[in-house]
Structures are given as C-alpha cells and as structure tokens.
Design a protein around this ligand. Structure first.
Ligand SMILES: [Mg+2]
Length: 185
C-alpha cells in the first residue's frame, strides 16, 4: 500500500452483519445467542435516572450484537463508516455496544431520487457508497450485496473495492473476518 494513500474505508451495515436474523429453529433451537449490555462508560444524568433512552429498550435486537466484533473491526487497517439505515442511531446505540467511537455515517439520498426499480440496477446503497468513497479504496460489508453491485462498482470506482456479503442468518463469522483480513494482504 502506498504510504501516502489514505486508509481504505470500511462501509458497515448493521442489520444482517451485526444483528443476525432470519435463521430457523434448526439452526438456533434456543433462539439467537444474546449478549448483556456492555458496562457503560460514564452516562449522562438522563440515562442514570432512567429517563433517557436505554439502548436495548430502543431496539431489543441490539442484544444479538456480539460486542467482541467491535475490537475486531477496529483492528482492521481501515476507517469504519456506518452504511446503514440506522444512520445517526448507529452512533447512539450500536457504537457503544461494540466499544467503538462515534463514526462517520452515510446519509442516504431521498429514495424518490433513486432509480432502484430500474432493471439490473445496483442496490440502492451502491451508488451513494461509490460517491462517498470518491475513488478511495473500500470494503463494503452487507447482507444484500449481489454480483450486480460488484459489476457496477468495478465499472464506476477507480480504487480497489471488496464487496463482502454476509449471511444475515448468522451475522459476521470468523470466515468473514478472514476474508476481510485477507483483502489487506
Ligand atoms: Mg442489512
């Protein structure tokens, strides 16, 4: 890697990669594993009195997020960016759960401006992410990536890119991390 080049970006989806869903009882007979809320750093008086939003109360699916994924993601030699419909809520709820700092997040264009219904069009996130990256190398971790997106990115993005699809039934696994780590070597 060029010593002067900025680090690659890692666009990170939440629902699917971090919050698994959709598996059947044959895969998780007792339901998905859940994790206790991490010990909170100093909280605001609002939280202390229970008046403010409590993360798990905001979205009970948060308990499916494995907090150990936070340090593993942070250890990758790249800059994390939220690429999720959670947008600012990802910093409010998900980042503390993972022990991550506040991260930049992609603000999506108005759906009425997109032409996602067009046949053969890439995923509605694909164009905004390529625009956001603006030529910078990136990884994109999402459960909805298809070859249409890979083809579109190859044609419209001048940097390197890894579009890594995660199985939403399981969320991020060791194999996913291995694939991401390999891309950097
Ligand atoms: Mg998703």
């Amino acid at each position: 890697m060029d010593g002067n080049a900025p680090r690659p970006l890692l666009f990170l989806d939440v629902d699917g990669p971090l919050i698994p869903f959709g598996a059947g009882p044959e895969q998780y007979p007792d339901g998905y594993p859940t994790y206790p809320a991490p010990l909170a750093p100093p909280v605001s008086p609002m939280h202390r009195t229970g008046l403010g939003p409590q993360p798990a109360a905001v979205n009970p699916l948060l308990t499916r997020i494995n907090p150990a994924h936070g340090p593993r993601l942070a250890a990758l030699p790249c800059d994390l960016v939220w690429a999720t419909t959670w947008m600012a809520d990802a910093n409010e709820c998900v980042a503390p759960w993972l022990g991550l700092p506040e991260l930049p997040f992609v603000v999506w264009p108005d759906p009425s401006d997109s032409d996602e219904a067009e046949w053969g069009a890439p995923h509605w996130k694909t164009r905004p992410l390529v625009h956001w990256a603006s030529g910078r190398d990136f990884l994109w971790v999402d459960d909805e990536i298809t070859d249409t997106d890979r083809t579109w990115v190859a044609a419209h993005h001048r940097g390197r890119a890894l579009l890594h699809r995660v199985d939403h039934r399981h969320g991020l696994t060791d194999a996913d991390f291995a694939a991401l780590e390999e891309w950097f070597t």
